[in-house]
Design a protein around this ligand. Structure first.
Ligand code: NAP
Length: 264
């Protein structure tokens, strides 16, 4: 039987590219997002790349942290062999500027939803002997001291904690959990969320703007790495060094990272 992949946040950005990358592997797809029209468009494009069925489910995951979406997906297509927890809100902004409601939404969509779906996935696969793959999209912000990103960082750090805390239990199963930790992706967040907090004419800010990753390439790398059983995927290569440097010399790292940001 062809493997079934469920992708949250598949109507745009990296999730859309992941749909195409899995379609090229001839896997069955179940694409989730709120915007029915955009999902249908992605599904049509994915269907050109595969002979396997492509289904969509337009749903707001904030309704009940994804529980009813999971039930509907399983009832319609069966338990997915691969779950990609990709949907998220950027969550950038000064703590003082974000409303309580905005911050709550970030914590819910970026943390409660993927961890609820992760638990449901693990419970349904715990005793099965065929391999299954759980892919959680974290962020470099989950481990680096990024200014004006407290809720983003907190929401994504929880996924890193889940990976550490579940490793002991998952090692006796056939469930492979991979946590993806990308730096900037070229999906529009940099311009909308980060750029307003950066100093004008900062060289580092300009370098950042030019170092955004191509979501199609990232999607391809995620698929190959997950199916190989990799547990952590930091992207790009240069970010792996920065993350290591951050662990070794956190004070210096914090100063360098803060350099392009405006103080208020
Ligand atoms: N962009 C970056 O620089 C960056 C860096 C590091 C990590 N990441 C992570 O990579 C992943 C993808 O990022 P991206 O830039 O591709 O995001 P994006 O372009 O903003 O797409 C987010 C997706 O989530 C869906 N979504 C939003 N709210 C939802 C809700 N309430 N219920 C269901 N779906 C919802 C959106 O679809 P609808 O609008 O149709 O609901 C959309 O498909 C995220 O987990 C992000 O945190 C991104």
């Amino acid at each position: 039987m062809t493997q079934l992949v469920m992708i949250t946040g598949a109507s745009a950005g990296l999730g859309e590219q992941l749909a195409y990358a899995f379609a090229r592997r001839q896997m069955r797809l179940l694409l989730l997002g709120r915007d029915h029209q955009r999902l249908a468009k992605v599904a049509r494009q994915a269907a050109r790349l595969t002979t396997a069925p492509v289904a969509i489910l337009a749903t707001d995951l904030l309704n009940d942290n994804g529980r009813s979406a999971w039930r509907r997906c399983v009832a319609r297509c069966g338990v997915p062999d691969i779950l990609v927890n990709n949907a998220a809100l950027p969550g950038f902004g000064a703590i003082n500027d974000l409303s309580l409601a905005e911050a709550q939404k970030v914590l819910q969509l970026n943390t409660a939803v993927p961890l609820t779906l992760s638990q449901l996935f693990i419970q349904d696969h715990y005793w099965t002997r065929r391999p299954s793959y759980l892919i959680n999209l974290a962020s470099a912000g989950g481990e680096l001291p990024l200014p004006y990103a407290a809720f983003h960082s907190a929401s994504k750090a929880a996924l890193l904690g889940f990976a550490r805390g579940s490793r002991f239990e998952l090692q006796v199963t056939q469930i492979h959990l991979m946590t993806v930790i990308p730096s900037l992706l070229a999906t529009g967040h940099f311009q909308q969320q980060t750029a307003p907090y950066l100093k004008a004419n900062s060289l580092i800010a300009q370098l950042l703007a030019h170092s955004q990753l191509d979501p199609a390439k990232v999607a391809k790398k995620i698929v190959t790495s997950a199916l190989r059983g990799q547990q952590i995927l930091r992207l790009p290569l240069a970010y792996q060094w920065l993350a290591a440097f951050n662990r070794l010399a956190p004070r210096i790292s914090r100063k360098i990272i803060a350099q392009p940001y405006r103080t208020r």
